[in-house]
Design a protein around this ligand. Sequence first.
Ligand SMILES: [Zn+2]
Length: 566
Amino acid sequence: MAKLRSVRLADTDDLRARVHFCEDTGQIWLHEHRMLLVHAEAQASLRKELIDSLGMDRARGLLTRMGYASGVRDAELARTRAQSASDVEAFMTGPQLHTLEGIVRVTPIRLELDRVKGKFYGEFLWENSWEGQSHRRYFGIHAEPVCWTQIGYACGYTSAFMGRPILYKEVECSGAGHDNCRIVGKPVEEWEDASDMRFLNPESIADQLFDLQTQVVQLRSSIGEKEKLPVDMIGNSPGFRTAYELLRQAAGNRISVLLLGETGVGKELFARTLHDMGPRRARPFVAVNCAAIPHELVESELFGVEKGAYTGALVSRPGRFERADGGTLFLDEIGDLPLSAQSKLLRVLQDGELERLGDQKTRKTDVRLIAAANRDLRQLVKEGKFRSDLYYRLNAYQIDIPPLRERKEDISFLAKRFLEKFSAIHGKRLRGFTDKAKRALLTYGWPGNIRELQNMVERGVILAQSGTRIEVDQLFSSCADNRAREFGLNVNGELAMERWDAGQALCESVFNGVMTLDQLEAMLVETAVNKAHGNLSSAARMLGLTRPQLAYRLKSLHESELREES
Ligand SMILES: [Zn+2]
């Protein structure tokens, strides 16, 4: 292994000769890189401001990576020198440039390297460290070494020169009270504690802000639910607006309201909104689904029961009417109410009085009734299954809630609101729906109405990768596919075949030796990075990788390129 025996910093003349001041163009060149001659004091105050606004840790990361980037550039120059000099001499370019650039005076203490075998050990003395001095001036003596940009430079320079990750640490630092700084560098895996490597991974502050924003949305939706209209009580279609206007007008008084609509159109939501908009909003809202209670229990559920009224009535308890006293009672699927219960209900509506089962006492009750049905109640009246007097009493104020297929102009808007809601709940960042998915949402018939749309969007949010758009097959489950096809869509078949064919072609090119698996991977990674305009976080999302996983892949691809070159 090549060793540096004598300390030498001579022969920098050719380096100096590569510095060109072009007054004509206002540029300074070092080899082929544009350089800046900046005021150390201005740089120091920028460094201070970074620390003040981002905190020590985050500023350290930024500065380390900044140094790393400049080290990598200087290594390019060193590699051109390596063609005409020994490895050690070529390597010394970096320390010489670091000195020439006015950052720190570098003297090697021990340097052993073998580029072919990838062996490296380096120990250097740093005198007049610009960073150590400026840190000390602004922040006093620090408990730990502080020459972050410079350490980043050493890591970037040596890693690029060696073609493998080399980590440096400061074992002494002028910013931490020593006379000078001293640094040691060796391959990452030879360090027992290589946790400093984390400073080389950029953390996207934009991503963190996005996460915080998502949290805010989440918190707001849990805090503000009662004050704001629910997501699905919004729409612009004529049908919805008519229904909503009727609802608003009924809110101020206590007239009984009948809500009519297909399953899933949001009848309970309408009922709750009506309650919340009116003067009873601070009183109870009690919802009962008449179809869900066995007929023999409906009366005791609604009107209450006295102890001993029937076998099994061991204690007296109030019914839903009494519990809703002063507030609103919502009776869903009222068409399922047995006839005997219907007459009791009529009496409560007429006189505001009720008796518990097995009780002689008459109780006064003050309840606003909202009923809902998805059947043709009039038909039930004709068949003698629903009392006509109760029907006429209820339909005095009837609101028809339109099915979603008649609210086309609301679909995109509702889908978007559900997307926001479920993205917040599931902690996903999605970019919306693909064009094909949007078209499917508009063409589909929505037999399950808003409830179906809501479930479908939630399914899409769960299945889609963060950073992507929801695709049509992530929305429609296989049983809905058939329904979607009825609306002229070929949801899965066509897409699946396209994918399969494309995949087959790729496999063939690997089998035929047209390209290697590594090249395929490199191509994928490169394409993703290009598509994401160099934003690694979004490139990683496109590939379904985490950012560190992508960074690792990029690094190993870069390293194998370096190895091929040398
Ligand atoms: Zn230092």
